[in-house]
Structure formats: structure tokens, C-alpha cells
Design a protein around this ligand. Sequence first.
Ligand SMILES: [Zn+2]
Length: 175
Amino acid sequence: MPHEEWVTAVQPKTAPGHDLPETDAFSRVYWEAAAEGRLLLRRCRADGCGAAHHYPREFCPRCWSEDVVWEEASGRATLYTWSVVHRNDLPPFGDRVPYVAAVVDLAEGPRMMTEIVDCPEAHLRIGMALRVRFRRVEGAGTASGGSGANAHELAVPVFCPASSPAPSSAPPAGV
Ligand SMILES: [Zn+2]
């Protein structure tokens, strides 16, 4: 249920593009980091807790403390489960099918709904190592109905196999 609320929050049904996140004062920090290629988590600082969570909330979902801070995630994750989506009538997903909707376990612990990219369906394995990548969202500056919060470029975190070559880094040595 919390996941669905978050997905609904970032994919408003009334927006022209259904994958455009809506930002508010709280979530803006998260989306601005994403636009810079950084994945943020929330970390509880309460005594005896210290839990990390995702999606971001203003309180700790484990102990209800409000002493929660942003923390940059490593971007490493493992695949928990996935579903290949062959039909989605909401734009722009219809142009993107089939795609792999997935739940991943972040290295820091939280479980996150996302999408797997750059991996043939036959190569998907539960527990496979993944790393985060960011998909630029086109038209993000105009889609959010005058809230003014989307003036910056937006990017959505997705995951690819950890073995995929990084787009901007050198190939592994010795290959
Ligand atoms: Zn806590």
C-alpha cells in the first residue's frame, strides 16, 4: 500500500505524462538529487533504530520518529521480483512496452519499486546484482500544472544489471 501511494504520487493520473514525478517541498530534495544522478534514502537517527527507508517519508515507518535525515544510497541493489508489462494504456508507457516493472532490495535495506533496463527478460534472475541508473524525463518543466516545482530537469531512478558497462566509464580492464 505505501508503495502504491508513492507510485500514485509520482505518476499523477491527470498529468499529460504519467511518469512525470510531481514535486513538493519535501520530495523536491529527492528529485533534485535524482536529476544529478544520486539516489537518496531516508535514515532514522532515533536511538536504537537507525533504519533506512524508501520511498521517502517525513517520519520513520519503523519507530515513527521524525528524526529522519536524507542519505545518499550506494545505488547497489538486488532483484527481488519483477513482472514484464506488455500493455499499459497510460502515456508514455504505451510506447515503452514491454518493460520490466520490478521490486529491488537496495544494499542499504529498503525495498523499492522501479524498472529494470538494459537486461533481456531471459537474463533476469532473482537476487541478481543491479545498480541504479537515471532516466531523463522529457518535458518535465511543463507538465505539472503551474506548481512551478518542476522547473528543473527531472530524472527517474531505474536499475540495470551491475555487470552492464557504465555509459560514461571505461570498459573493465583485461577484457
Ligand atoms: Zn526509526
